[in-house]
Write a protein that binds this ligand. Structure first.
Ligand code: UDP
Length: 242
């Protein structure tokens, strides 16, 4: 059956997305907003077309990851702003992967941005707005009950696989995947799958030739041409995937 799901009441409103219930208890609708926040929501704004672009970019990337054997919550894109996804319980950890130094790691370690790492760097942060999503380690995650050691092992493995697929994909787009964040969720049968989004909001993407930033850092750092960067990523992605 290929009928459109009916949208019921809003379940949750986040900083960049809203989640709606549907008539199927196993599925929810994600609505992508143009709202942008940074620095733990101290900076707020709107980026024209961002919702449409992030919906379209996430759709292309999640479909591509699925082809490569990565399980995700994604079911289908419904329209310019919305997608239908499997309802999962989000694990309260952010998995950050870094291929180059940038952002909070560069600051914390007192190094320049843009240094290629000889190893893939994995960070985990505890998803807790009141605390500003602090960097934690595996033992803290187990202490908090966010995951078991076994689950963490699986989740790092999945995160590493996603990094390999994405590095190659962005490379074809003439883009360096500097770093990114993903969120994982558990389905009703306990399977761990990729959830949330992968977009210029959640990745650092630099043009290989010019090193121009084509991601949310343009908003965070007031670099201008913010909307244009999201459109550019979408256009390059479409070209490589078609
Ligand atoms: N990131 C994200 N959401 C967050 C924090 C980070 O999507 O709440 C992404 C960010 O866009 C970057 C990567 O994770 O691609 C690493 O971010 P970092 O820890 O350097 O933090 P930031 O400098 O963004 O505060």
């Amino acid at each position: 059956m290929n009928s459109q799901p009916s949208k019921k009441e809003m379940l949750y409103e986040g900083k960049a997305k809203k989640i709606y219930l549907t008539d199927n208890p196993e599925e929810v609708i994600v609505y992508f907003k143009d709202d942008a926040t940074a620095f733990n929501a101290q900076k707020r704004g709107q980026v024209e077309k961002k919702g449409e672009m992030n919906n379209a970019i996430t759709t292309l990337i999640f479909n591509y990851l699925k082809e490569k054997g990565i399980q995700t919550h994604f079911i289908k894109q419904l329209n310019e702003r919305e997608q239908l996804v499997q309802k999962v319980s989000i694990i309260p950890l952010e998995f950050v992967v870094r291929n180059y130094s940038a952002g909070s790691m560069a600051q914390r370690l007192g190094v320049e941005e843009g240094i290629k790492s000889p190893v893939t760097i994995f960070d985990i942060c505890y998803k807790k707005d009141e605390l500003g999503d602090p960097l934690i380690n595996d033992h803290h995650a187990v202490f908090l009950g966010a995951a078991t050691y076994d689950e963490l092992k699986k989740m790092y493995q999945l995160t590493a696989e996603i990094n390999e697929v994405l590095k190659e994909l962005f490379d074809k787009m003439n883009i360096i995947l500097v770093d990114f964040k993903i969120e994982l969720g558990k389905t009703s049968d306990g399977t761990i799958v990729l959830a949330d989004e992968i977009s210029p909001d959640t990745c650092r993407l630099w043009d290989k030739d010019t090193l121009k930033k084509l991601d949310k850092d343009r908003f965070r750092r007031d670099l201008g041409e913010v909307s244009e960067a999201y459109v550019e990523i979408y256009e390059r992605l479409k070209k490589v995937l078609n």
